[in-house]
Ligand binder design. Structure first.
Ligand SMILES: C[S@@+](CC[C@H](N)C(=O)[O-])C[C@H]1O[C@@H](n2cnc3c(N)ncnc32)[C@H](O)[C@@H]1O
Length: 291
C-alpha cells in the first residue's frame, strides 16, 4: 500500500473510533513510523510502505483507535520548544501550561534584571518536569526544586532533566505537598499546575485523559480545589521576602481560587488568560510586588 492509501484508510478508522482530528493523527503516526517530518509525507504519497513499516503503523493506529494518546505512542511531547519524554506515569503537558512556564521565567528574569542574585524556584507537582525544565532553560540564574508525590513521575522527570543537561540545577524530591521541605527552604517563586478536576467529573473526561493520564495528576478532590487550599495555607512559609506564587487552574475556577488565596492573606497581582481568553493563571504574593 502507498503512503496516501494508508493515510486514507487509517483516517477513516480513527474517525469511526471517535478520535479528534483523525487525518492529522494518522499523518503524525505515519511520520513517526517513517521517521519523516509530517510535511514530507506530502512529497511521498506514492511511496510503497515495506511490510515492516505497515505492521508497525497498523499497530500504532490500532492503539490510537483504543484512544491511547498520540504522545504516548510516539513517546514524547514538545513543550516550550523542548522535547520531553512522557508515559502513563505523568500528565501529558498541555499547551496552556506553556503560558504558566512563560509567566514564571518572565517574573524571574524581571527579578534578575533588578539585581537579584540567585533565584530559587519550587515546582510543586512537577510530573514530567516540564515547568522546571522550561524555566531552567529560559532563566539561567534559577535553581529549581521540583517535587512530586509520585516516585514514578519523578523517574520520568529525572530522565527529562538529564536529557536537557539540567541535572545540576534541578533538584527532584519526592514529597507530599510541602511536607519534605525543611522550614528554612524558601523560594522566590512557587509554580504549580496541581490536579484540579473535581472527582465526580473524571468519569466524563475524554478516554485519552481519563484512562491514560495518571489519576493523581487529575483528581483535585470533591470541588477540584484541594491542592489550592494546601498551597494557599502552606506556601507563605516557603517564600523569600517579596516571593510570588504562580498557579494554573481549571476553566471556571478563577474566582474560587482567588477567594481561597485571599482568605489566607494573599494579594492577587494578576490573572492571565489562555489562548481562548479564559482566565487560567493567577499570580499572588504576600506583600505587593511589581509582578
Ligand atoms: C496536573 S499534574 C501537573 C504536572 C506538570 N507540572 C504539568 O504541568 O504538566 C499534577 C502533578 O501533581 C502531583 N501531585 C498531586 N498531588 C500532590 C501532592 N499532594 N504532593 C505533591 N505532588 C502532588 C501529581 O503526581 C502530578 O504529577
Amino acid at each position: 500500500m502507498t503512503v496516501l492509501e494508508v493515510i486514507q484508510r487509517s483516517t477513516e478508522f480513527l474517525s469511526r473510533k471517535g478520535v479528534d482530528s483523525p487525518r492529522l493523527q494518522a499523518e503524525l503516526l505515519l511520520a513517526h513510523v517513517l521517521r519523516l517530518q509530517r510535511m514530507r509525507l506530502y512529497l511521498s504519497f506514492d511511496r510503497e510502505l515495506t511490510p515492516a513499516e505497515q505492521d508497525a503503523y497498523r499497530e500504532l493506529v490500532r492503539r490510537r483507535g483504543q484512544r491511547e494518546p498520540l504522545q504516548h505512542l510516539v513517546g514524547s511531547v514538545c513543550f516550550c520548544g523542548l522535547e520531553l519524554a512522557v508515559n502513563r506515569q505523568v500528565l501529558i503537558p498541555r499547551p496552556e501550561t506553556e503560558l504558566l512556564a512563560e509567566a514564571g521565567w518572565e517574573l524571574l528574569n524581571r527579578r534578575a534584571a533588578a539585581g537579584a542574585g540567585s533565584l530559587r524556584v519550587l515546582d510543586w507537582g512537577t510530573g514530567s518536569g516540564c515547568l522546571a525544565i522550561a524555566v531552567a532553560v529560559h532563566c539561567p540564574q534559577a535553581e529549581i526544586t521540583a517535587l512530586d508525590a509520585s516516585s514514578a513521575a519523578l523517574e520520568v522527570a529525572a530522565a527529562n532533566v538529564a536529557r536537557h543537561g539540567l541535572t545540576p540545577r534541578v533538584r527532584l524530591i519526592q514529597s507530599d505537598g510541602f511536607s519534605s521541605l525543611g522550614p528554612a527552604e524558601k523560594f522566590d517563586l512557587i509554580l504549580s499546575n496541581p490536579p484540579y478536576i473535581p472527582t465526580a467529573e473524571i468519569a466524563a473526561l475524554q478516554p485519552e485523559v481519563r484512562d491514560f493520564d495518571p489519576r493523581c495528576a487529575l483528581d483535585g478532590g470533591a470541588d477540584g480545589l484541594d491542592c489550592y487550599r494546601r498551597i494557599a495555607r502552606e506556601a507563605c512559609g516557603h517564600l523569600r521576602p517579596g516571593g510570588q506564587v504562580a498557579l494554573e487552574f481549571g476553566d471556571g475556577q478563577a474566582e474560587a481560587v482567588r477567594r481561597l488565596l485571599e482568605e489566607q492573606k494573599w494579594i492577587v497581582e494578576a490573572v492571565r488568560e489562555d489562548y481562548t481568553h479564559r482566565p487560567r493563571i493567577l499570580i499572588a504574593s504576600q506583600t505587593l510586588t511589581n509582578g
